[in-house]
Design a protein around this ligand. Structure first.
Ligand SMILES: Nc1ncnc2c1ncn2[C@@H]1O[C@H](COP(=O)(O)OP(=O)(O)O)[C@@H](O)[C@H]1O
Ligand SMILES: [Mg+2]
Length: 250
């Protein structure tokens, strides 16, 4: 059983697009999958046409196993369940800061539903907070989408430094190039620089910048479902295979 987080300190880098398509690709490969949306904006649930979990507040999430389990919804796809978020998830940090062991509560919260799944995917909000530290501890693998531009490069470097400073396992970090535009010289240069500095930390699969992914909001379904032969879908399928092999979940 593996917990995989899609995480970046930066917003708008493709965490949700990756979570949604990876969750669908993993589930269609026959693994019982739960996509847990930790971002109060609820985009993952929206893409899967699942309503926000109105009754699940911060206390329910972290202290009531049964309530958390009852908030899980079936998706339109066999083997894929969704735990949708809601606005009260904005309070997670304040709530966690008042708990004992505030940095290892997420793993405990998911322990009850863990046996029902082969993979739990976490779609994370863009912050470096107590919740993020919970994610770093709970996850077996942390997929970090990086748009190959200067600011994304910088936040990846900051994340690696944070892991070193806090003695977290940097082996869990799997960088991933997101929204890649092959025609842009800056993209090629940034990819080369990051691969040079963080050799082996980046997955080789790149997710291209495509309008099929932008249109997910219109179709409200993963591209791996709506456009299975598109470049985007093939990239997510390849990402799924590469990641599963890397983390020994294939
Ligand atoms: N590979 C891509 N090509 C084109 N647009 C993308 C791609 N990945 C994400 N997007 C778009 O960029 C925006 C931000 O992506 P999203 O996955 O929501 O980022 P995050 O979850 O990191 O905030 C969304 O409008 C999404 O449709
Ligand atoms: Mg998101």
């Amino acid at each position: 059983m593996k917990i995989i987080a899609c995480y970046s300190n930066k917003g708008g880098v493709g965490k949700t697009a990756t979570s949604v398509n990876l969750a669908h690709a993993i589930a269609t490969s026959g693994k019982r999958t739960l996509l847990c949306d930790l971002d109060p904006q609820g985009a993952s649930g929206f893409y899967f046409r699942v309503k926000p979990s109105r009754k699940l507040d911060q206390a329910g999430f972290f202290k009531d196993d049964e309530k958390l389990a009852r908030s899980i919804r079936a998706s339109d796809f066999g083997d894929l369940d969704i735990l949708p978020s809601n606005q009260s998830f904005r309070e997670f940090d304040v709530f966690l800061s008042q708990m004992k062991d505030p940095r290892s509560r997420l793993k405990k919260a998911l322990a009850h539903v863990r046996p029902d799944y082969d993979v739990i995917l976490l779609d994370c909000p863009p912050s470096l907070s107590i919740l993020s530290e919970n994610v770093f501890r709970a996850a077996d693998a942390i997929v970090v989408p990086v748009i190959p531009t200067t600011l994304s490069q910088r936040s990846f470097e900051q994340l690696v430094a944070f892991f070193a400073e806090h003695e977290l396992e940097s082996g869990k970090l799997h960088g991933m190039f997101s929204m890649v535009q092959g025609t842009k010289r800056l993209h090629e240069e940034t990819i080369a620089a990051l691969q040079g500095s963080f050799s082996g930390m980046f997955l080789s699969t790149r997710i291209p910048f495509t309008s099929d992914i932008e249109r997910m909001g219109v179709h409200r379904a993963p591209v791996t479902e709506t456009a299975p032969n598109s470049a985007a879908s093939r990239a997510y399928q390849a990402l799924c295979r590469e990641l599963m092999t890397r983390i020994g979940a294939d």
